[in-house]
Design a protein around this ligand. Structure first.
Ligand code: ADP
Ligand code: TRP
Length: 324
């Protein structure tokens, strides 16, 4: 199965990104054909400083490699190293209705808040569809917030195939039920735009501060604690298997549990879980040449896969005028 997903290089990696998308990608590389990329073209909709984008892209590459993405087992590259994706965006734009894009959440949210939206933000879902269709992605692991974008990519693929004949694979979204939304420090969805993130490579002190300040209810110690919607339970559960989750639930439901103790355990668990990745991350950050070469080799593999679909699309729409 060809599994494909991308991540924006526009912020520091947090636990939502890790459990919602990156970990699942790394797990998939063992049994599947994995395509994973850093979407720097998409980041241009919100990052307007060249240096920030350069640094963010390099950091995201280090993050993924440190977290276990193996460039020999997968295809791992930077989106803009295969610029054919922008050509495909144009071909797809012409089968994408205005209505479809006008219903887009991110565009609608911005305009509703009075933030002027640019054309890039409006057309964002078309570029994302091109990302997927260019490589024949069959399954796309993302967090729940990307569900609508995936539906749009499917609509665009189906419409293109209907007009021009079978050209693209229609992708399936892959949203894991139990980690569909990782909560942030305030209990809302963890997101860099809400300022409620827990960064996976944060230093020990910052991490401790964030965990100890997690917002909890004020139920007395000698009463049972709720599990549903409890940010402590939800965060801790990310690190546990089914039996571990059951045991944790039992502890919450038994009077006497102190939230302060649970916080300390969560802090220790996170620290221990990410420790090996943290060391590898620091090593990679110093080896710029290796990281850059790895990404460029990845782009060559990606480009090869892309040529099949872009050539077919060019032919099917009739750009091959020499073939008359
Ligand atoms: P953010 O919301 O912080 O801007 P991105 O939109 O860059 O994060 O998300 C990158 C990937 O991580 C996407 O696949 C997204 O669905 C996933 N993701 C982000 N936040 C969460 C979360 N809180 N829970 C689950 N998955 C998430
Ligand atoms: N829009 C996605 C996000 O913000 C990132 C993305 C761009 C993506 N292209 C993609 C995800 C293709 C999956 C497949 O998280």
């Amino acid at each position: 199965m060809r599994i494909l997903s991308g991540i924006q290089p526009s912020g520091t990696l947090h636990m939502g990104n890790y459990f919602g998308m990156m970990k699942r990608m790394v797990d998939y590389q063992e049994q599947n054909e994995l395509f994973c990329f850093i979407v720097n073209y998409h980041a241009l909709t919100s990052v307007f400083e060249g240096d920030k984008l350069r640094q963010g892209t390099f950091n995201a590459a280090c993050d993924f490699l440190a977290l276990g993405l193996d460039p020999d087992k997968s295809v791992f590259w930077v989106q803009s190293d295969v610029p054919e994706v922008t050509e495909l965006t144009w071909l797809l734009s012409n089968v994408t209705g205005m209505g479809l894009l006008e219903r887009g959440h991110s565009y609608k949210d911005k305009t509703a808040k009075g933030i002027p939206a640019n054309h890039g933000l409006f057309a964002y879902p078309v570029l994302m569809a091109a990302d997927i269709l260019l490589y024949g992605g069959e399954r796309v692991p993302v967090g729940k917030d990307q569900k609508q974008h995936l539906e749009m990519a499917r609509d665009i693929a189906i419409r293109f195939n209907n007009i021009y004949g079978e050209t693209f694979v229609v992708p399936e979204p892959d949203i894991a039920g139990d980690v569909a939304t990782v909560p942030g420090t305030d209990g809302q969805k963890m997101s860099k735009s809400y300022g409620n993130t827990i960064e996976i490579f944060a230093d020990e002190k910052t991490l401790k501060d964030k965990i100890m300040k997690l917002k909890t209810d004020s139920i007395p110690v000698d009463e049972p604690k709720p599990v549903e919607g409890n940010v402590l339970y939800d965060l801790y559960a990310l690190f546990l298997d089914d039996a571990g989750k059951e045991a944790l639930k039992e502890r919450f439901l038994t009077p006497g549990l102190r939230y302060g103790d649970v916080k300390k355990e969560i802090f220790a668990t996170i620290l221990e879980y990410f420790a090996p990745y943290r060391d590898e991350r620091a090593r990679l950050a110093k080896d710029r040449q290796f990281v850059v070469e790895t990404m460029q080799k990845g782009a060559m593999k990606a480009r090869q896969a892309a040529s099949f679909y872009i050539d077919k699309a060019r032919r099917n729409v009739g750009l091959d005028y020499w073939n008359r």
